[in-house]
Design a protein around this ligand. Structure first.
Ligand SMILES: Cc1cc2nc3c(=O)[nH]c(=O)nc-3n(C[C@H](O)[C@H](O)[C@H](O)COP(=O)(O)O)c2cc1C
Length: 352
């Protein structure tokens, strides 16, 4: 019997966590695996990551490096170091910097984009406890990572991929809906639908990604079975993000209709901010192969027409550049305000 079928048979009504019973835990320091017992037993993402809050900063090539990841982890979330830039030596140095902080953090391994297994071997030897994999089958990565004692979550855009990953032995899933920025599945499924569809089939912990930038989004994701959230667009535009102010300001200025999904008939399919350049790609229906050659000029030079500026629909919700600490504290307090209000609704049985 496939593992996903076994898991489905074991599906419990509470899904291993009862979000409405979560309580705001007092601030806990990461101290070699000593966490507040009730929080970690009720929330598997906390248990797996060692973070104070189940809020991850998304992996983003060149952007998700030590300054941003450390700011997020210091604020109680989980910073994640990228390796999709393909700059193995630089990514190894960023991982070493994060280790030196003593803060919990993760690393992303985008399988299809790794030229060799150098970064995999480095990660396995680094004493890390949490890795996300993406872009390709995690099957051959799982054994070496698990042998090194690392927890593995794989990013999935569909139910079929989720079931294959669970059968392959991942510990959890990053469930990535079409609202998010970056590389996308051209068969667009929203985060809200995807979370529910996957939760109906398997009981592994899910981190929701795509369309979430605050406590409202986090509460909605938890209502659909998530035990954590990952934010990309929100953290690209945060104060500690290394990108140029023009990029952050363009996200702040954008409306909820301010992004295109581009290149749906080829690869990679992406979601990016509307601009002259992305408007032309949208009209043509295909993206020229050299479109990302100007990425550094966009990210760090602020030339918003140098390449597609990857961003998700939350650009329409983000109205200020904030520090990682403000983002995380406001997300957590908003999350608990909403879940408490919903709990009160349930207690009062206001309808039904
Ligand atoms: C600027 C930017 C760059 C990204 N680069 C990567 C990447 O290199 N690797 C990856 O796995 N995902 C990448 N993503 C996707 C994010 O990891 C994340 O899944 C997504 O941003 C979540 O949706 P949100 O933007 O609505 O928060 C990128 C997203 C953005 C906005």
């Amino acid at each position: 019997m496939a593992r996903s079928d076994c898991v489905r048979q074991r599906l419990r009504p509470t899904l291993g966590v009862a979000p409405w019973r979560l309580r705001h835990q007092p601030v806990r320091r990461y101290a070699g695996g000593l966490f507040h017992l009730s929080a970690t037993t009720m929330n598997r993402v906390l248990a797996h990551t060692g973070a104070r809050y189940p809020i991850l900063q998304a992996p983003m090539g060149w952007i998700a490096r030590a300054p941003l990841a450390a700011a997020v982890s210091r604020a109680g979330g989980l910073g994640v170091i990228e390796s999709s830039s393909g700059e193995t030596a630089n990514c190894q140095a960023e991982i070493a910097k994060m280790r030196a902080t003593g803060l919990p953090f993760g690393v992303n391994l985008p399988i299809r984009f790794l030229g060799d297994d150098a970064i995999l071997r480095f990660v396995c030897a680094s004493g890390l406890r949490f890795v996300t994999t993406s872009a390709g089958s995690p099957a051959k990565f799982i054994r070496p990572l698990k042998d090194a004692g690392i927890t593995v979550y794989h990013a999935v855009p569909t139910v079929d991929t989720a079931l294959k990953c669970v059968d392959a032995g991942v510990d959890g899933l990053v469930v990535e809906g079409a609202e998010g920025g970056g590389f996308k599945n051209p068969e667009e499924v929203s985060t809200l639908v995807l979370l529910q569809a996957i939760r109906a089939r398997v009981d592994v912990p899910m981190i929701a990604a795509g369309g979430i930038c605050d406590g409202r989004g986090m509460a909605a994701a938890f209502a659909c079975g998530a035990e954590g959230v990952q934010m990309g667009t929100r953290f690209v535009s945060c104060a500690e993000s290394p990108v140029h102010a023009n990029y952050k300001n363009a996200i702040v200025a954008a409306k909820e209709t301010g992004t295109w999904v581009l290149n749906k008939k080829s690869t990679p399919c992406i979601r990016a901010l509307k601009s002259e350049r992305t408007g032309a790609i949208h009209a043509a229906g295909l993206m020229p192969a050299d479109s990302f050659e100007g990425l550094q000029a966009l990210y760090f030079g602020g030339d918003m027409e140098a390449a597609p500026a990857l961003a998700g629909q939350t650009a329409g919700l983000i109205d200020a550049v904030k520090s990682a600490q403000d983002i995380i504290e406001q997300t957590v307090s908003e999350f608990f305000a909403i879940t408490e209000r919903l709990g009160a609704l349930a207690n009062a049985r206001v309808f039904g």
